[in-house]
Design a protein around this ligand. Structure first.
Ligand SMILES: *[C@@H]1O[C@H](CO)[C@@H](O)[C@H](O)[C@H]1NC(C)=O
Ligand SMILES: *[C@@H]1O[C@H](CO)[C@@H](O)[C@H](O)[C@H]1NC(C)=O
Ligand SMILES: *[C@@H]1O[C@H](CO)[C@@H](O)[C@H](O)[C@H]1NC(C)=O
Ligand SMILES: *[C@@H]1O[C@H](CO)[C@@H](O)[C@H](O)[C@H]1NC(C)=O
Ligand SMILES: *[C@@H]1O[C@H](CO)[C@@H](O)[C@H](O)[C@H]1NC(C)=O
Ligand SMILES: *[C@@H]1O[C@H](CO)[C@@H](O)[C@H](O)[C@H]1NC(C)=O
Length: 401
């Protein structure tokens, strides 16, 4: 009994240290962040610096002949036209290229092991989330679903960030600005910042790109355009099979975010969309009985936006071939991924193993692939997450990174 007040005082002081931006920053780990806080990962295994990182980036986006949807019927009709047989909607909407440039506020989290309270500058893993989520996808609900913690327990620093247009990052024009080319450019820029020590005063020698879904597409695209940026790529929720896309996108039943979830998104223009209900979130990302219903509830409660600009430019992530990338790749999918496997990654052939030959002809023979038993597209959100994390980390360790 006597230990309870002591414990409470201890916890309060520990939290004060972690939350205070004024705590001494002996290592310069706060460098590069603005409006920051020092926090712990979901179960405490990692210490994190979280804040806004200004990222200067330019890209050749595509001018879209598409104005802000007047109401929900326009959005629903766009999805119907997009998936109609032999649709030419994308070609009709896509115009010429246009240069977008600026300094974008990207909210990010640099995490490292609590056990050492130090960053090992050898390697950082940059974690890029997919559609419908933000960086918390990598540190979700409890330790079991936290890749940030699994990595920290293996000694690794991780850098996760809210993609442009999600979470606490900037939310610019969702049609002309939040597009695939600019997001690719921001990822490339963040990798340069991590290598040069502009983030956390730590010049990392190695960077491993870890993605999920759209974030894996961006990571793969980075290996195509900048083959020396990453030492290895771990692509989860990713393949070259497009046969389940229509079911996935129709199942999300996209709605105007400001109308669907005014409490969180009322200020956003109508080109920002979200999955409509908890059922849509289940449809796109989950597969029973391999998940805890409370994790589905949490995913839906925190659901994030997708933009019209991403809808009309994600075709840039199809058919990628990273001809010059010679590092190892690890392709990881849920057995029942709908978006990238049409609900079964092993039928009629193994679509996970097939990625290497299609996308990575020059990749190292130390490449691997893994199928998370029973899981749907949101691999981090299923009971199989801890075993999957061990596979991902042992792949990275066995490559000497
Ligand atoms: C600082 O971050 C908090 C959330 O962590 C946010 O509410 C606030 O608006 C931010 N302030 C600035 C100046 O960006
Ligand atoms: C844009 O679309 C409108 C109708 O949707 C069409 O009248 C116009 O010619 C298009 N503009 C361009 C530049 O393609
Ligand atoms: C639709 O596309 C298919 C396959 O791409 C093609 O064989 C067919 O001729 C097209 N139909 C029309 C009406 O254009
Ligand atoms: C786009 O604009 C930026 C900023 O003005 C410039 O640095 C960059 O070179 C331009 N890119 C192209 C391809 O013109
Ligand atoms: C890939 O390698 C070829 C041959 O060395 C080179 O010409 C090309 O510019 C490289 N492409 C990229 C994106 O690095
Ligand atoms: C990788 O394996 C293939 C097939 O076994 C072999 O032909 C190739 O030489 C190997 N490449 C390297 C770099 O070892």
């Amino acid at each position: 009994m006597a230990s309870l007040p002591f414990l409470m005082v201890f916890m309060a002081s520990a939290m004060a240290i972690y939350n205070s931006p004024l705590a001494p920053d002996y290592h310069g780990y706060m460098t590069g962040f603005r409006n920051l806080s020092k926090t712990l990962s979901i179960g405490g295994a990692a210490v994190c610096i979280q804040g806004d990182v200004p990222v200067k980036a330019a890209a050749m986006n595509i001018h879209l002949n598409y104005s802000e949807p007047a109401d929900q019927t326009v959005v629903t009709n766009t999805i119907l036209e997009y998936y109609a047989v032999n649709s030419t909607l994308v070609q009709q909407v896509e115009g010429g290229k246009q240069n977008v440039s600026g300094t974008w506020k990207i909210n990010a989290k640099l995490c490292f092991p609590t056990s050492t309270n130090e960053i090992n500058s050898r390697t950082v893993q940059i974690l890029t989330h997919g559609v419908g989520f933000e960086k918390s996808y990598w540190d979700f609900y409890s330790s079991k679903y936290s890749y940030v913690e699994a990595a920290a327990l293996s000694g690794y620093a991780t850098f996760s960030y809210d993609r442009l247009g999600t979470g606490l990052s900037d939310h610019p024009d969702p049609i002309q600005v939040v597009q695939t080319p600019l997001e690719m450019s921001i990822l490339h820029e963040l990798i340069q910042m991590l290598r040069s020590g502009r983030i956390g005063s730590t010049a990392f020698s190695h960077v491993v790109g870890v993605g999920h879904s759209f974030g894996s597409g961006l990571t793969a695209s980075n290996t195509v355009n900048y083959p020396s940026d990453l030492d290895a790529a771990v692509l989860t929720g990713f393949s070259v099979d497009a046969s389940g896309k229509q079911a996935f996108w129709v199942g999300l039943n996209l709605e105007i975010a400001a109308y669907n979830t005014p409490a969180r998104f009322h200020q956003l223009p109508r080109g920002y969309l979200v999955a409509s209900t908890v059922t849509s979130t289940q449809f796109g990302f989950f597969r029973a009985p391999a998940f805890d219903p409370l994790v589905l509830e949490a995913s839906n409660a925190g659901k994030q936006t997708f933009t019209i600009g991403e809808l009309f430019t994600n075709n840039l992530l199809a058919g990628l071939v990273a001809r010059n990338f010679t590092g190892p790749v690890d392709i990881v999918d849920g057995e029942h991924d709908l978006d990238f496997c049409d609900g079964n990654c092993l039928l009629p052939t193994n679509k996970v193993a097939a990625v290497r030959a299609a996308v990575y002809p020059k990749s190292s023979n130390a490449s691997e692939w893994y199928v998370a038993p029973g899981a749907g597209h949101g691999t981090n959100l299923h009971y199989s997450a801890p075993a999957m994390y061990q596979q991902m980390l042992s792949f990275i360790v066995s490559n000497g990174l």
